[in-house]
Design a binder for this molecule. Structure first.
Ligand SMILES: Nc1ncnc2c1ncn2[C@@H]1O[C@H](COP(=O)(O)OP(=O)(O)OP(=O)(O)O)[C@@H](O)[C@H]1O
Ligand SMILES: [Mg+2]
Length: 458
């Protein structure tokens, strides 16, 4: 139930609002002044405060300031007199969620309350759903969508194709789907398609009978027999060779397997969770992946977004990895400096969560103080991502990891590397047009040409 605190020094107004809002289904407390309001806020959690501005003693604006200090996330709606629009402007500047001016109509106040509380309830919902996935850190809208999707599809037998860049957490998502599935008590049998040579792949997937090839010294069960009536996790599915793709498709269609060298088929029922960091549609277009197999696997396609599309999760992940590695390395580091955090927020993580984890692991190992400073962050050199159309802001820490490194390599070398990266970025963005690249960098065509010759960039 959503609880509201109404603050007004006029009794009739308090009573009017209370009756109105209780009828709307809210839980309502009232306070006659700012002091008593703050006392109530100390005792009880509210979702929204509605306060008059003009009150004797502590004004509504003073109350707003105190609330923003002590409960920064709590929305506050101000009631202003129609005649004083300046108060409203001032309140908004000081963090009020919105204001309504007296005399107000009932619909207006209802709309404002719904707007103010739906934000908090969305946040609470995000927290409660992400709590059900303690191993997957994230409260961004993108991750919430993934959690909801996992909850919806996990109990069904539908095959799932998880795709996304390397290091985004596809394997964690696959495990979570299995954990919430009907067959969770069985093992989820994994296989990494890229790690197995084609000659062995068929036997790994479907098993073999003794003597079917050199080295087949006994009958062997394949993935499909082992995972029967359960889940199989096919990682890096984009690496399957055409022959194996065809055989796998047949198994999925017929729901039966024949071991290598065998004559009898066995009925199997396996739910497949596949993962890939390739865009399979592109692989299909290029003739490298069978379209019919794709549709069998991607009954539910699930995209795990790259970390740069959910930067809001970076602080949570940093916190999680700091705790993990502080503990593992027996250190007391619980914090990261705000400048170091800023550096991370600007970075675009080509290696996604795995890269962030490595950065923090290394940072904890290197740091000698009890707070991570930018100097302890080693980001891979400045990179522009193809999917990010704007030229990323340059941070010196993206070229060199630390002041020490800068001094060691010298300004000349570091500046040259910076220059090279920008020249390359400009060339890439303009499809190798030197004229446009020079324009983009705001230097003359002649000096651009001189520089790319100097660095042998083409
Ligand atoms: N949201 C997350 N919360 C906590 N840890 C994460 C998260 N996402 C990824 N990780 C960690 O990052 C690393 C990489 O994750 P994972 O192996 O699932 O990535 P992947 O998408 O399968 O990558 P690849 O395509 O390279 O196989 C793992 O150590 C994993 O625990
Ligand atoms: Mg993986």
């Amino acid at each position: 139930m959503i609880s509201l605190l109404v603050v007004d020094d006029e009794r009739s107004m308090r009573d009017f609002l209370k009756i109105l809002l209780v009828k709307e289904g809210y839980e309502v407390e009232t306070a006659p002044d700012g002091k008593q309001a703050l006392a109530l806020l100390d005792k009880q959690a509210f979702d929204l405060v509605i306060t008059d501005i003009k009150m004797d003693g502590m004004s509504g604006l003073d109350l707003l300031n105190s609330i923003k200090e002590q409960f920064p996330a709590l929305p506050v709606v101000m009631i202003t007199a129609f005649a004083s629009p300046d108060d409203a402007v001032f309140a908004m500047k000081n963090g009020a969620f919105d204001y309504i001016s007296k005399p107000f109509n009932v619909d207006e106040i209802k709309t404002v309350i719904i707007a103010a509380t739906s934000k908090t309830s969305a946040l609470a919902e995000a927290k409660s759903i992400s709590a059900q996935f303690p191993e997957i850190i994230g409260e961004s809208r993108e991750m919430i969508k993934i959690f909801e999707m996992i909850q919806r599809i996990a109990p069904t037998p539908a095959n799932v194709l998880i795709y996304g860049e390397s290091g985004t957490g596809k394997e964690l998502v696959a495990q979570a789907i299995h954990r919430l599935s009907q067959v969770a008590e069985q093992e989820c049998v994994p296989i990494t398609c890229s790690a197995i040579p084609e000659e062995l792949m068929e036997s790994e997937l479907f098993g073999h009978v003794k003597g079917s090839f050199t080295g087949a010294i006994s009958d062997k069960q394949g993935l499909f027999q082992l995972a029967d009536k359960g889940t199989a996790f096919l990682d890096e599915i984009g690496e399957l060779t055409p022959i194996i793709q065809t055989k796998l498709l047949r198994v999925l269609q017929e729901r039966e397997v024949k071991p290598v060298g065998g004559t009898k088929v066995q009925a199997v029922s396996v739910r497949i969770i596949a993962a890939t960091n390739k865009i399979l549609e592109d692989e299909i277009m290029a003739g490298r992946f069978r379209e019919d197999l794709y549709y069998r696997l991607a009954v539910v396609p699930l995209r795990v977004p790259p970390l740069r599309e959910r930067k809001g999760d970076v602080p949570l992940l940093v916190d999680f990895f700091l705790k993990k590695y502080s503990k593992a390395f027996g250190k007391e580091i619980q914090e990261i400096s705000s400048y170091a955090m800023e550096v991370l927020m600007k970075y675009d993580f080509p290696g996604n969560v795995r890269e962030l984890e490595n950065i923090i692991e290394r940072g904890v190992a290197l740091e000698t103080s009890n707070i991570i400073l930018p100097e302890s962050l080693t980001l891979s050199s400045f990179r522009t991502s193809k999917t990010n159309p704007s030229i990323p802001e340059l941070s010196p820490f993206q070229i060199v990891a630390s002041e020490d490194e800068l001094f060691e390599r010298g300004l000349e070398e570091v500046m040259a590397e910076t220059e090279k990266l920008f020249l390359n970025t400009a060339l890439e963005k303009t499809g190798n047009s030197k004229m446009q690249a020079a324009e983009l960098l705001r230097i003359s065509f002649r000096s651009f040409r001189y520089k790319i010759k100097k660095y042998e960039l083409g």
